[in-house]
Design a protein around this ligand. Sequence first.
Ligand SMILES: [Zn+2]
Length: 339
Amino acid sequence: MKIECYECGTARKGLEILCSKCGSPFRIYPDFRFSDNPKENFPYLHREISLGECTTPLLKKDQMAFKLDYFQPTYSYKDRGSKTLISFLAERKREVGPILSEDSSGNAGASISAYGSAAGFKVNVFVPDTARGPKLDLIRAYGANVTTVPGSREDVRNAAMSDASFYVGHSVFPEFRDGIRTLAYELFKQYDGKLPRNLYIPTSAGTLLIGVYEGFRHLLESDEITAIPNLVACQPDLMSPIKSALSGKDYVPSGRKSLADALVTERSPLLQPLVRILRDHGSTITVTEEEIVDARTKLAHSGIFTEYSSAVAYAASLKHNAQGGKMVILTGNGLKNAF
Ligand SMILES: [Zn+2]
């Protein structure tokens, strides 16, 4: 595996999370052919910390397909990243130390808390002071210490990075994002190599979209597929920095909170690589709060219960006039939102 800075190409030397030269995140780059043996696609993992992950269902309904990726041990897709990251760190405990810190609006905090505890780490999770409900309950239930932080999502990240423990922030730690490659491989298998033209992806910091892209890029460079699907970054109107970035404008926050409480990143450390990927292989669609509620209700009335943040992607797919098949990635269980 090659691990280098997204912006200046400097190689990562150890466990640092940002480039020492320019402060940008690192990219993990598989420089070998894709393998049908899942373990061979992650050669840096030798002993997996597993909580019983499975291949998540692909449900096809009419002209639409849904990847039910909330069928995971902690009920969100984040477990793909946590399993990879925590397995990697568990082999380096002497260097990492006994305590991990993470910042999260909910799903990642619960996931890191569960996998970290399973690996014998203590976990400190920093959350916005607006966090409440089932996601917060889950973080605590898995054994993490929770600290609430006032201010923006970025203030929460800064507090976690200042903690006297080992920071494993999922939006910047490369092994977390790298674990998301498994989602692309799974789709490749489930579609027997004939992927749909359009993928709708709930997007906050960009971890999911970039991770999926890296999996498809690996498949493309291994001659397993002939094209990368159109990756549609789906965001609420009330939190839509990607739309601004793609049109070259500074993002002006709306000042209002969306029901989609997992899509809260105003200034992603991954914004530059995300924009480059979308310019070549995708686009963005934003949706209103009314469209989010309507999409979640439509899903629930067809037997699919997701959190509001996942419904954002379904809402975007409904208003996208596109050629070819559509597939929506549903990222979080509906029980994660308070009623
Ligand atoms: Zn750099």
